[in-house]
Write a protein that binds this ligand. Sequence first.
Ligand code: SF4
Length: 310
Amino acid sequence: MRPASRNQLWRYKTQIIRPFDPWKSRLCTCPPKFTLDPYTGCEHRCLYCYASSYIRRFYECRPKKDLLRKVERDLRRLPGGALISISNSSDPYTPMESKLMLTRGCLQLFRRRSGDLRILLITKSDLVARDVDLLLGLRCAVTFTITTLDESLARRLEPGAPTPSRRIEAVRRLSGKGIPVGVRVDPIIPFLNDGEVEEILREAKDAGAVHATFSTLKPRPDGWRRLENAFPEVCEKLRPLYFVEGERIGRSYYLPKPLRFKLVKGAAELSEKLGLSYACCREGFPELNRAGSCDGSHLIPVKPIREWIG
Ligand code: SF4
């Protein structure tokens, strides 16, 4: 029986595939789901990353100890139809995955439950295309985070991540195989990448993406410091927006609500025009969610991909 609420997820005594409950945020509209991070930390080193605020030595990425044995055990405890999101506090295709193949190992274990689990992969890496053979045997969808198409801006903003053109190419490869793909334009940062949203959506759609999720930048203190060091002029303009006119929700700083609404509504209208389903992430505008889910999990088909596409 699929869990109907987030609270029900805690009934299952799992060790490493944990209920997703991001700081009990009242703005989170995600469906009940589990989350799995094969790695602690991440080599992509995105300046805006919020996971570095609660994970020690975040940029010294390391594999989770004894991961596959723990995943195997947790899989025996998970309910039928469970949704597992991979990953929410790291990238499952961080560069060391090319050698360690832990994410691939998890997918192999999921395959043993074949049509049962629902898997949502969230990544910035084209390395996911290596695992197409396994993805085709799973009920799954993949969302790619693309914040800019400008390769030099991407190198500064997400120095360890694959280039935007490689991500777009991966969208094309996966969707070409029948795997449902979404794009996350997350974060949208005024004065830095907000002018690129249309182009990102257009390129992703041309490559085969069918859904878009948006989120404005919600910095925490350490991420703000990294951005300020790298983009002092942009942060000079952002500072009053976040720290004078904006609001603090939980441990994150938010832009003023009218500006957030304008940014997200603009992205929503562009998506509508392009024929993408769309939603926003932790913004507090449920009226702008026009999809079966905000995270792209509604793209996961009712059967493993290979059977679904026939
Ligand atoms: S890919 Fe995700 S988890 Fe990794 S550094 Fe970037 S934002 Fe953080």
